[in-house]
Design a protein around this ligand. Structure first.
Ligand SMILES: [Zn+2]
Length: 76
């Protein structure tokens, strides 16, 4: 299995961030922010399914396919 599919919020480094693009903008979430919203056990590739992260302006879920992982994650 692709290791990227098993990464959770808790696997991010303290200073890592994840960008979640939606229809109207790109929002950037820090590790602590994600942990507060969806919990440390949330899998990163499933963040788009978490209604807590859906955009309040356009009402769209983030585009999961365009999740931008920090370099430290993709190389792990
Ligand atoms: Zn939006």
């Amino acid at each position: 299995m692709d290791p990227a599919l098993t990464f959770t919020v808790s696997d991010l480094a303290d200073d890592d961030a994840v960008q979640l693009p939606c229809a109207c903008r790109v929002r950037t979430f820090t590790r602590d922010h994600l942990a507060a919203l969806v919990g440390r056990d949330a899998r990163l590739h499933l963040l788009g399914l978490r209604r807590e992260l859906w955009c309040r302006d356009c009402g769209e879920a983030p585009f999961v396919g365009r999740l931008v992982y920090p370099a430290t994650i993709s190389q792990a």
